[in-house]
Design a protein around this ligand. Structure first.
Ligand code: FAD
Length: 377
């Protein structure tokens, strides 16, 4: 039986970062994953992910976001890859809606720079975007996107350089505490043992965290690319965008290559009972909703041709905030779950936190608000 200091189940976004921050600190770490590095079967594929600082979801995330920006920059330097592009983000919604009030609350609490834009400011600065009647726009300059697959590849490559071990094609069935106070993990390739376990299993977390009985729901999330006018090119200064509309929240990225503008819906999503069997065919209704959003909000997209699509998965916690914790009574077993469709931007700091918890059983990062205790009576 292979034994190591720390075993990681799931080397996607957070697991690959954890593997790197452990290996960098000289820890004997082994990662296990069912799929190859940067695969397209989980929640971390489709080219890009938005990163922003004035966080509408809750101001408590801002210190974690500040550290995430630092860590992504460090990863860029160490890997020699450009992973972050700063485009700014325009966020548009009702004046008293979740997004506009949330962005302003985070900006005020943490002294972040944002700009309120009138509808005519938006039309002259960003001519591809409409501000519907009764809506307001806020612009944040210190925002943009990260290259999702390239970031994971960079973490894995650097972790391996530091001596980490990675086993792909390994499906974990379950884990248990061993008689010697360690952890035993049973897989299709035999049993692995370790002093510490990190569970970063994305859409598959619920089963592996069975003792906690967390209410994690997985949703099928289509995303689309469309042929687009030059206005939406990154080179033309097009920002990332996020809209809160009566039909749901939608977001997108400037065109960075021949695929064109990328657009998706943040809200809703068909329930997925078995993430290994998620329906990857595109339904007419998937596209109809996006077409409806584009037609009424993106003024220079006229019945655009779809160039590509992908199906991805969100894993939502009950309150759509992350769950970052150890298993109660088992400080040797730590996990990240329920990233609820907004976790990639913080995969870097979450990886660092997992490394802290595995090594020190504590972290200086402010994560109390993400504890599983909020769900456990
Ligand atoms: C369409 C879409 C758009 C998004 N947009 C954004 C965005 O703009 N900004 C943002 O910050 N976030 C965004 N997110 C969310 C973000 O991408 C995810 O929260 C994050 O990437 C998930 O990382 P993870 O490490 O939890 O899961 P994953 O990266 O999916 O990793 C989990 C890994 O665990 C492995 N695994 C699981 N169970 C087992 C097992 N039993 N045995 C072996 N291996 C196992 C899987 O194979 C997988 O590799 C988006 C998500 C989607 C789907």
């Amino acid at each position: 039986m292979d034994h190591c200091d720390v075993l990681i189940i799931g080397t996607g976004a957070v697991g690959s970062a954890a593997m790197y921050y452990l290996a960098e600190r000289g820890v004997n770490v082994v990662g296990l994953d069912r799929f190859p590095v940067a695969h397209d079967k989980g929640s971390s594929h489709g080219q890009t992910r938005i990163i922003r600082l004035a966080y509408f979801e809750h101001p408590n995330y801002v210190p974690l976001l500040r550290r995430s920006y630092e860590l992504w920059k460090d990863l860029e330097e160490k890997s020699g890859n450009q992973l972050y592009s700063e485009t700014g983000i325009i966020q548009i919604g009702p004046t008293d809606g979740e997004i506009v009030t949330g962005v302003k609350a985070s900006a005020q609490e943490h002294g972040l720079e944002i700009e309120n834009l009138t509808a005519s400011d938006v039309t002259s600065r960003y001519p591809g975007f409409m501000v519907p009647e009764g809506m307001e726009a806020v612009f944040e300059k210190r925002a943009g996107f990260l290259k999702v697959e390239q970031s994971i590849k960079a973490y894995i490559k650097l972790a391996l350089n530091y001596g980490a071990e990675l086993h792909t094609g390994v499906s974990v069935d379950n884990w248990k505490r061993s008689s010697s106070n360690g952890i035993e993990v049973t897989t299709n390739r035999g049993v692995f043992s370790a002093d510490n376990l990190i569970i970063t299993a994305g859409a598959w977390a619920k089963d592996l965290l069975r003792p906690l009985n967390l209410n994690l729901t997985v949703a099928r999330k289509p995303l689309f690319w469309f042929e687009s006018d030059r206005t939406y090119d990154i080179g033309a200064g097009c920002p990332a965008f996020f809209y809160e509309t009566p039909q749901g929240s939608f977001y997108g990225f400037p065109s960075i290559d021949e695929l064109g503008l990328k657009v998706a819906e943040h809200t809703s999503g068909d329930p997925v009972l078995d993430p290994l069997k998620v329906d990857r065919t595109l339904h007419k209704t998937d596209k109809a909703k996006i077409d409806g959003f584009i037609g009424s909000h993106l003024s220079k997209m006229h019945d655009p041709r779809m160039t590509d699509h992908k199906i991805c998965m969100y894993t939502r916690s009950e309150d759509e905030h992350f769950i970052v914790d150890s298993i109660p009574g088992s400080p040797h077993v730590n996990f990240v779950a329920g990233l609820s469709g907004h976790g990639f931007k913080m995969a870097s700091v979450l990886g660092e936190i997992m490394a802290d918890l595995a090594i020190n059983k504590s972290t200086n990062h402010p994560i109390d608000f993400l504890s599983s205790k909020r769900f456990i009576q």
